[in-house]
Design a protein around this ligand. Sequence first.
Ligand code: ADP
Ligand code: 5GP
Length: 216
Amino acid sequence: MNNDTHNNQSDIARRGIMLVLSSPSGAGKSTIARELLAKETALELSVSITTRKRRGSEIDGTHYHFISERDFKRMRDAGTLLEWAEVHGNFYGTPTDPVEEALNDGKDMLFDIDWQGALQLMEKARIDVVSIFILPPSMAELKARLERRAEDEPETIAKRLKNALNEIPHWREYDYVVINQDLEQALSEVTAILKAERLRKDRRPGLFDFVEGLVG
Ligand code: ADP
Ligand code: 5GP
């Protein structure tokens, strides 16, 4: 490539991606999300609001905004959420404003949300959404990971395992499926998907100028 103004691919204007990761609880989606965010500086996490109790390892405002059910319903009813769902008996939702700000700044946004939320985003912004469903290698390993995480009560773990059977069949609604057996492998697959999706021509309006400069 020999062009003075666009000698670097990343200089070419591009639409932001809404990268959606979903999985049954315990399959490793938060771990993959965390590692991905550490590597990808142009990727920002959409911090959801939730009525779930904070886990010991979680920081309010970083992992979630932990709020009351009353406040959740107030925000939802005021139309401030891009999507929301009830999952495992708690409410979760994505505030719209930070997403719009990040995308307007040319950033990509990462969403750790369930299949109900993923479907809502795909309905609202299909061309901007890239969705990945993370599967565990086996149900025994899923149970082992939930237990090893040791952050939920045994009844909560049992409920999440039962719910996994209703969540897993939604894999077909996603663009990609990654089986998280080996973490490094799963992470490199998700990274490859993000890299390829960033290069799609439909997401790069700057290519018009680039090609014009190239030929004319
Ligand atoms: P989720 O966000 O999908 O509920 P987490 O990311 O919290 O799941 O992962 C659940 C547990 O499994 C954590 O203890 C995490 O360290 C572990 N884990 C994640 N990926 C792997 C993997 N590939 N192999 C073994 N353990 C894993
Ligand atoms: P956890 O309680 O384990 O953090 O999350 C439980 C489930 O809720 C996970 O599947 C997670 O992806 C999903 N979730 C987290 N935030 C949101 C959100 O804002 N919207 C929706 N629809 N699901 C969410």
